[in-house]
Write a protein that binds this ligand. Structure first.
Ligand SMILES: Cc1ncc(COP(=O)(O)O)c(C=O)c1O
Length: 395
């Protein structure tokens, strides 16, 4: 264990299962540890480094902004947040933006907005229907929204007002809807919960049901948004438009930021009803504006789609060779492989030894979420290492 790892053990709360590597530098799809070892990064900060590590566009925007204005209160107008809001609105189906600092905070705000809508338009309806297998964040409210007992059990009693129902089943949403329901909140594709893709018509059916009931559809695009699925937003691929959408992760390629976007009709907050000290921070907004502009102008979603297909094909080939792989799934540059046994940790370690970072999704599954800027060469390299890692485990 290195000096820094020993200090971490001494001073840090034990919330993360860390791998025995201290990362000190990153460039593009590569990171380096304190001993100078290089790794190909297919974790990308849990789907954050959309343009890779320290992309010049993001880094230069941050560098420029830190010399101009670091922070003001939201009592005043600042230019970077308005530029970012305009860019997000002009490139999505939503009309209004609220900026915050993380995914969980964006989702909390989205639920507050839906409850505010319920007070305005639905006789005080406050309940939000969410899916089992979802992941919406670590605050108490979002733990209640997250339909996974393992995140909930330790923290009961949880805030009320959430109903967890089976994902990818419109009938259970219909059955769970009551006069108290103000919204349905879903990830278009479940990320943390397993890279679970819905049936093609599921989201359209949910949208139609929400319209029929006059309730809101909130899409949590914190993991799927900003090009990861092969389009700027995942909703584009399912022929639906949400009333509210949340973003974070890849929004600034490594700088913390979150956003709530809403249709004009759902943007019912009035001054004083929601807020944030750091939300819309000029540095984060400058980083995000530069990142999103680059993503759009350089068709980074198109690259994610093409390279994602190449990765999926390669993973399917690997599954022919390695019987341990029982499923390959994903879209764009968000994919997963599942094993017949609980070997994910062993595969992660075997990849690590060979210079590849991958994410253990479950004891029997891995997730791949590399920077959206990678090419087929990096995919070939990753597949080569994964192949060797799987072979080493069999032996
Ligand atoms: C779909 C989704 N929503 C919300 C979150 C929470 O985001 P944060 O960790 O920034 O609070 C995550 C994080 O993994 C996520 O994948």
């Amino acid at each position: 264990m290195s000096h820094w790892q020993e200090l971490e053990q001494k001073y840090f709360m034990r919330t993360f299962e860390r791998l025995p590597v201290t990362l000190v530098r990153g460039k593009g799809a590569r990171v380096w540890d304190e001993d100078g070892r290089e790794y190909l990064d297919f974790v990308a900060g849990w789907a954050v480094n959309s343009l890779g590590h320290c992309h010049p566009v993001t880094t230069e925007a941050v560098t420029e902004q830190v010399h101009i204005l670091l922070q003001t209160s939201n009592q005043f107008y600042t230019i970077p947040q308005v530029q970012l809001a305009e860019l997000l609105v002009q490139n999505s189906c939503l009309d209004k933006v609220f900026l915050c600092n993380s995914g969980a905070e964006a989702n909390e705000g989205a639920v507050k907005l839906a409850r505010r809508y319920g007070k305005h338009h639905l006789n005080g309806a406050f309940e939000v229907i969410t899916a089992t297998g979802s992941f919406h964040g670590r605050t108490l409210g979002m733990v209640a929204a997250t339909g996974q007992p393992k995140f909930q059990e330790l923290y009961v009693p949880l805030p009320s007002g959430f109903v967890n129902i089976e994902y990818n089943n419109i009938e259970v949403i219909r059955a769970a809807t009551s006069p108290q329901t103000c919204a349905v909140m879903l990830e278009p594709v479940q990320g943390e919960g397993g890279v679970n893709l819905p049936d093609d018509n599921y989201l359209a059916a949910v949208r139609a049901w929400c319209d029929q009931q006059g309730i809101l559809l909130i899409l949590d695009e914190i993991q799927t948004g900003i090009g990861r699925m092969g389009t700027l937003f995942a909703y584009e691929q399912y022929g639906v438009e949400p009333d509210i959408m949340t973003l974070a992760k890849g929004l600034a390629s490594g700088i913390p930021i979150g956003a709530i976007l809403a249709k004009e009709s759902a943007a019912v907050f009035t001054p004083g009803e929601h807020g944030s000290t750091f939300g819309g921070n000029p540095v984060a907004c400058a980083a995000s504006y530069a990142t999103v502009k680059f993503v759009i102008e350089n068709d980074i979603p198109g690259n994610a789609r093409k390279v994602g297909e190449y990765l999926m094909a390669g993973l399917k080939d690997l599954s022919q060779k390695h019987q341990a792989i029982t499923d390959v799934r994903g879209r764009g540059l968000l994919s997963a492989i599942e094993f017949s046994q609980d070997i994910a940790q062993a595969v992660v370690m075997a990849c690590l030894e060979r210079g590849l970072l991958v994410n253990k999704l479950k004891p029997n599954a891995l997730r791949f979420m590399p920077p959206l800027t990678i090419g087929n060469a990096e995919v070939d390299e990753a597949l080569g290492i994964l192949d060797k890692a799987l072979t080493s485990i069999k032996d």
